[in-house]
Design a protein around this ligand. Structure first.
Ligand SMILES: [Zn+2]
Length: 397
């Protein structure tokens, strides 16, 4: 039996944003972005006894005015028309719609506004003090731009939420993104803004979409010094990933001193993910929310909103990884190292691959490569470079 995680002595009032409406965000039958993972995760939590109906709050629909906090009106109109089949191919292309990555689907505006509304529902509950933590796994669409869809993302719920928290609650927001892809949409939305701060830890853009997220992307104008990027080498393993994550998060939060933390919890850094090249295991998905939780209490009176993101092994990886975020939020950890038998029995017939039966990954889940030491050293150097300005300001007192 695997050792259950240590319990943190904190409140349990966390909310889980969900309704089946979130599943309507679906490009096509065989598109890798598949919100069925929300259903699989919720089911795993239910069978684990980690969630009850009273923990669940349905997502509202974001209004046009709210989407407009980030997105151009012309883009919102285009998404609406596309969803009704009324947008010409030519116009669609200008907005990044109808591409292989981000195809057009029926009622795509409503489905996308629901994901944003879910994150805003989470935000209001936390900022109004009705919950300490809130989780919207349907959100985390970090590649959405002001006037353009990109990388499976139409509206950028995190960007809208950050602007919304700034305007409605006058809040300083720290955004921490551990998706394997760079959180470009969010970074560029706030690149010149010193009242928010973005930290993205991702696989280097050398071989991976979207190609950005280098250490020297640090912000612009007044926002210079408020964007942080840690591009990790392909085949990075747990230890090196966690070392970078922990040090960067601690130093950045100490520097920025936010009122609230928004974490993007893409689960595509796992070694089984079909779209990326990192060698992480379930260990990072236990540790990532643990530190966010600890620091939310240390710096923000507990205010922590978490969203989902990437994650393309929806059977073996995402449900286990995302369950850990919720379990960390409400303090109900697995009672044994094994996944509930009922969940495995229910979903194995639908899964194209054998499900993993334990919360932690079995040994030998990825092929170790001889360059491990080199990769870890390279990542350590990257980390130094990324955090160098903080060292400098510390030394100057
Ligand atoms: Zn991703």
């Amino acid at each position: 039996m695997a050792k259950p995680s240590k319990q943190s002595a904190v409140e349990k009032d966390a909310v889980f944003i969900y309704s089946d409406d979130l599943l309507n965000y679906r490009f096509s039958e065989d598109h890798p972005f598949n919100q069925k993972r929300l259903q699989l995760t919720l089911d795993l939590l239910k069978f684990s006894g980690a969630i009850t109906e009273s923990d669940i709050v349905p997502p509202r629909l974001a209004t046009d005015e709210e989407l407009n906090l980030i997105h151009d009106s012309s883009y919102i109109e285009a998404v609406k028309m596309a969803g009704k089949g009324e947008l010409s191919k030519e116009k669609a292309e200008n907005f990044g719609l109808g591409t292989e990555d981000t195809p057009i689907f029926k009622d795509m505006h409503e489905a996308s506004a629901r994901l944003v509304g879910g994150t805003l529902t989470a935000v209001d509950l936390v900022m109004e003090g009705k919950a300490l933590h809130a989780l919207n796994l349907g959100g985390g669409l970090h590649h959405g731009f002001r006037g353009k869809a990109s990388g499976f993302c139409i509206y950028n719920d995190s960007s809208v939420a950050i602007r919304y928290m700034q305007e409605k609650y006058n809040a300083r927001v720290l955004y921490v993104d551990t998706d394997a892809h760079h959180g470009d949409g969010v970074q560029w939305s706030f690149y010149d803004d010193p009242t928010s701060c973005t930290l993205s830890l991702h696989e280097t853009g050398r071989y991976l979409f979207p190609g950005t997220g280098a250490v020297n992307e640090r912000g612009h104008g007044k926002g210079y010094g408020c964007a942080f990027n840690i591009p990790l080498d392909a085949f990075t393993e747990d230890e090196s990933f966690l070392e970078a994550y922990e040090r960067a998060f601690r130093e950045v939060i100490e520097f920025f001193k936010p009122d609230v933390i928004l974490t993007q919890n893409g689960a595509d850094a796992h070694c089984l993910d079909p779209l990326t090249h990192l060698s992480s295991t379930m260990r990072i998905y236990e540790e990532i929310p643990k530190l966010a939780h600890e620091l939310a209490h240390e710096y923000c009176g507990g205010k922590w909103i978490a969203v989902g993101g990437g994650g393309y092994d929806i059977w073996r990886v995402v449900p286990r990884a995302w369950s850990r975020v919720w379990m960390e939020m409400n303090g109900r950890y697995p009672e044994s190292g094994d996944l509930p038998e009922e969940w495995l029995t229910k979903w194995q017939p639908a899964s194209p691959v054998p499900l993993i039966k334990t919360w932690q990954d079995p040994d030998g889940i990825y092929q170790k490569i001889p360059r491990k030491k080199e990769i870890s050293e390279k990542n350590a150097q990257t980390l130094e470079k990324a955090l160098y300005p903080l060292q400098k300001s510390k030394n100057q007192g």
